[in-house]
Design a protein. Structure first.
Length: 133
């Protein structure tokens, strides 16, 4: 419920901001910004639920920063070309897949090493130097 409220409030703020700006500046507030807000909310939810380790969060936030850099670079000349928009959307697609993959892998935030380490076999009952530790 809170996520829906947050996303709808974000969309309203972005929509209201875009309506108040001239047409050229309103291009900035398009679906890429809404998508960035949704991806940030997904990362925050992963932090709260413990699905993401601090290393995964750092990696995902670096991807989001890269996307913001691409947007700023594209907006320098006053408009975003179709090629620039495609590049930004491709980067967002990759980031979205990364968020999903990191949230659904089996890494535990409170695990001793931040990530489980693999030393050979899948058996947890192998008391030698193989298996999860």
């Amino acid at each position: 419920m809170n996520r829906k409220i947050l996303l709808s409030a974000t969309a309203l703020v972005i929509g209201a901001s875009a309506a108040a700006l001239p047409a050229s500046a309103a291009d900035k507030f398009d679906r890429t910004d809404v998508r960035q807000a949704k991806q940030a909310a997904r990362i925050q939810q992963g932090i709260r639920s413990g699905q993401l380790t601090r290393y995964e969060v750092a990696k995902l936030q670096a991807q989001q920063a890269h996307i913001r850099h691409l947007e700023k670079k594209a907006e320098r000349d006053g408009r975003i070309s179709p090629a620039e928009r495609a590049r930004i959307e491709h980067a967002q697609d990759r980031a979205s897949r990364s968020i999903y993959a990191e949230k659904h892998d089996n890494d535990a935030r409170n695990h001793r090493f931040g990530k489980r380490r693999w030393f050979g076999r899948w058996s947890r009952h192998d008391h030698g130097k193989r298996g999860w530790f």
